[in-house]
Each structure stands twice: as C-alpha cells, then as structure tokens.
Design a protein around this ligand. Structure first.
Ligand code: PGU
Length: 463
C-alpha cells in the first residue's frame, strides 16, 4: 500500500514543503483519493467522520457536471504570454496600446483629469441607472457632433454602459425583449466576442460576407447581397471604423450603398464604435459612417467604448445610444434600457465616466487628448510601415505585402492560417489570435524585423 502512488502523494513529507493553504488543499485531495482506495472500514471512527465529510465535499460536488471552459480566444492569449519565459516573446494578441518600450500607457490627459478629481474630492454615491449625466451628454456629442439635429432634437437615448462589451450586451437585451423575431447580421469575420454576446442574450444571428481572402480586401458584393437577402427588419451590426479583425473599412461611397440597402430593406443599423479617433487619429473622421446614417433620418443603435481611445480599458466606460424618430420615442427607449440595466448590474461605475466628462468638458484637456490620440495612432501607423518594409526587404518570394499598408487601426489581418499562427507562437514566441490577427499596438520598431522573420517563416514553411 505504502508504495501506491496515490498514498505516497498523501504522505506528510511530500506535502510539508507546500505553503499552508496549498498544503491543506493538497491533503484534502489526497485524503479523498485515499478514501476511495481504502474504504471506510479501515479507518477509526473519529478520523472517518472527518475524512468522510471532507471526501463527500470533494467527490459529491453539485458542480461535477460543469466541464472546463476553453480559454478565451483573445484574453486567453495574454495568459499564455505571461507563462512564456522566452526573452523575445511578443504579445500581439489583445488590442491594447503599448509604448515603444512595450509598456502599458496611461494618457497624460487622464492623469491630469484624475488629479483634478482628487482635488475636488467628489463622493462615491450610486450613479443613476442611466449613468453620469455629464458623461452621457459628452459621449453622444462626441459621436454625432454638438450641432447634429439628432442631438438638438433630443432624439438620442443614451445610457452609460460597461464599456463597449456591456453596451452591446444591453442593446442585445433590448433586441431580445422588443424584437424577438428579428436577427442580427454579423460580419464574417468579426470581433470574437460578438457572437457570445448575442448567444448569451438569446438573439439569433447570421453572418454576412465581409473579407475576401483572394483580394485580402472587402468582399463588397458579397456583403451587399447578404444584407439584401436577410429578412426585412434585421439588425445589421457594422464596425463604425477600423474593422476588427480585418482592419478593412468600406470607402465613403461603399458606406452610402450599404446605407441604401439597409434603408430599402427596412433593416436597423447597429454600429459598434470601439475605435473612434484611433483609426485615423481624428474623432470626427472616425464617426463619419455613423453620422452619415443619422443624417439620412434613420433610427440606429451605436455602442461606444473608451477602452482604446482614452486607454481606459479597466474602467469599463462606454455607452449605448439609440437614435429614434422623435424625442418622445427616445424617452421611452431610454426608460426600457434602464429597466434592463437595473437587474443586470443596477448602475454603472463612476470613475471612468468622470474622466471622460472632465476631459471632453474642458477645452485644454480636450485638445490635449486629441494630440495624444493622434500620436498613439501615429505610432501604430509607423510600426505598420516598418513591418511592411521589413517584410519586403527580407522576403524574396515576390509576395505582395502591400495589403498590410491598406489596413487601418490597431490590427493587421496577416492572412496566416491556424497552423501558421501556431508556428508564430510555438516557434517564435509571437502571441496572436488564431485567426491570423496581430495587434500592431503591441509592437515596437525594434521588434519589426523579428516579427517579419516570424511571418515569412510561418507563411512559407508551414501550410
Ligand atoms: N467592439 C470591438 C470591435 C472591439 O474590438 C472590442 C475590444 C470591444 C467592442 C469591447 O471593448 P471594451 O473593452 O469592452 O470596450 N476588443 C479588443 C479587446 C479585448 C477583448 O476582446 O475584449 C480586442 O483585442 O479585440
């Protein structure tokens, strides 16, 4: 018996080197194993009572049918990255901005706003369900422009959300409750979490063609015909700018045609705006698709996020806006968004909302933000160019890498397949999503050549 691997695991010498809490759990697990092996008869009654209750607790869990969930395709990449000890490792998985030294970046303008907030020593009372009024005003004005008729006519129902994800989720709950027979059309491919959001909200969805691997560009005809073919009154999820993961946006002319078809089919446009200001460096330019739809008098939904453009990732600050045909409708829609939010999370957090409201509401801070945003967007553009130059200089196969320069925003969709992406990680320690997306925001000029070597090797030597 003593030589049994199970029993020897339970021996006190093996466990004594472990820290206290781990030792307890270790013994607990070993005890349960031991129980299975020995059976109750061999143990005296005092021990038996203790061990049986422990064993029952471990073995008869009500949760045994819960299987292990797979790692998240995006956030799970960062976990794997942290576990890698190789010096050359690069985290190009999550879309989070890094400095040239590959350090996380807190914008100076955010630090200034926080210093002011500390001086004012504001309280931490609950916000109203719809969020901070000054934030809701600022966020809608940033999206549409202060003079936009939808703002002046009070036709926008704005509710502060838990960043982009929470705002999309709230909109999904609204769709599920008030449009139970409608589905959402999602681009193929799209940000990995979109499908989860609609699945969990029990909103049916289907895909429209978006990316054409042959041209490494937009499959515009496919997109249009799929939107046309969808049942009337569908919600069409569109990326306002810097499409994730492809980095390919429709041209202004193509946006007009998309709007024509959506209007013809009585569909409802639903924008996800997670990168306003981050794509082009200009807040106004990056909102032009949304503003064009609003100018047509359409009703539409827009989820916003301040994770990227203000670097407020962990503050979870964003909003859901519903543009309605009248202020009366907007009023009612807002009341229902609040009703949905209340049992989900009651009311949103205040800190990020104050930061945004204070920056947008102060002309000096606002100008400083625009400069910092343009410089973040500029750094990404410059590593994009350097990566392209390195690929051209090192690869003599004649492959055309110019698609990388045509993509915009944080990401580059490299065209690498899953096996090739695995090679990037396993051989080169470059962490990225398995759809071939790399976040250029996690790249520095110093690493462009290394990344080019990794891409060329994976592209040519792995099928
Ligand atoms: N919508 C799109 C298109 C996004 O790319 C993201 C973030 C979001 C919404 C949600 O961001 P919030 O932080 O909730 O505002 N996508 C990043 C971040 C990591 C993740 O998947 O959440 C990404 O790497 O794709």
């Amino acid at each position: 018996m003593a030589s049994s691997p199970i029993l020897s695991l339970a021996s006190s010498t093996a466990s004594s080197a472990l820290p206290c809490r781990r030792r307890f759990l270790h013994n607990l697990k070993a005890t349960s194993n031991q129980m299975t092996f020995l059976g109750n008869d061999h143990i005296n009654s005092k021990q038996s009572f203790f061990r049986t209750s422990m064993s029952v607790a471990v073995e008869n869990s009500k949760f045994t049918d819960i299987t292990m969930a797979p790692p998240d395709p995006i956030l799970g990449v960062s976990e794997a990255f942290r576990a890698d000890t190789n010096e050359m490792k690069l985290n190009l998985g999550v879309g989070a901005y890094r400095t040239e030294d590959l350090q996380p970046y807190v914008l100076n303008v955010v630090k200034k706003a926080e210093t002011l907030m500390l001086e004012w020593a504001e309280n931490k009372e609950y916000l109203p369900i719809e969020g901070l009024a000054a934030f809701n005003k600022a966020t809608a004005e940033l999206l549409f422009g202060t003079e936009n008729p939808v703002i002046l006519q009070q036709r926008v129902a704005t509710v502060q959300g838990l960043s982009g994800t929470g705002s999309l989720r709230l909109a999904a709950a609204l769709i599920e409750r008030y449009f139970p027979s409608s589905k959402v059309l999602i681009s193929s491919p799209t940000w990995g979490n979109h499908k989860n959001i609609f699945n969990d909200a029990r909103v049916p969805w289907s895909e429209y063609r978006y990316y054409d691997p042959k041209t490494v560009g937009l499959d515009f005809d496919g997109m249009i015909s799929d939107i046309k073919a969808a049942p009337e009154g569908s919600f069409v999820l569109l990326h306002g700018c810097a499409h994730n993961p492809t980095g390919i946006d429709p041209t202004p002319e193509q946006w007009e045609i998309i709007a024509d078809v959506i209007q013809e089919k009585n569909h409802i446009p639903f924008f996800d705006v997670a990168y306003q200001g981050f794509a082009s460096g200009s807040l106004d330019k990056d909102a032009s698709s949304v503003r064009m739809f609003a100018a047509r008098g359409l009703e539409l939904l827009i989820a916003q996020s301040y994770s990227k453009n203000l670097g407020l990732y962990a503050e979870r600050i964003g909003a859901i806006n519903v543009v309605c045909s009248s202020s009366d409708v907007a009023h009612r829609v807002k009341s229902q968004l609040k009703r949905l939010a209340r049992p989900m999370y009651s009311n949103p957090p205040i800190h990020g909302a104050r930061i945004v409201a204070n920056i947008v509401g102060n002309s000096d801070l606002f100008s400083e933000w625009k400069e910092e945003m343009a410089s973040m967007a500029g750094r990404i553009k410059s590593v994009r160019k350097k990566l392209y130059d390195s690929l051209c200089a090192k690869d003599n196969s004649g492959k055309d890498w110019s698609f990388i320069l045509k993509q915009i925003g944080m990401f580059s969709f490299t065209g690498l397949n899953k096996a090739q992406s695995d090679n990037m990680t396993n051989k080169w320690h470059v962490y990225m999503t398995k759809d071939g997306r790399i976040s250029l925001a996690g790249l520095s000029s110093a690493n462009c050549e290394y990344l080019a070597d990794a891409i060329i090797d994976s592209y040519h030597n792995v099928s």
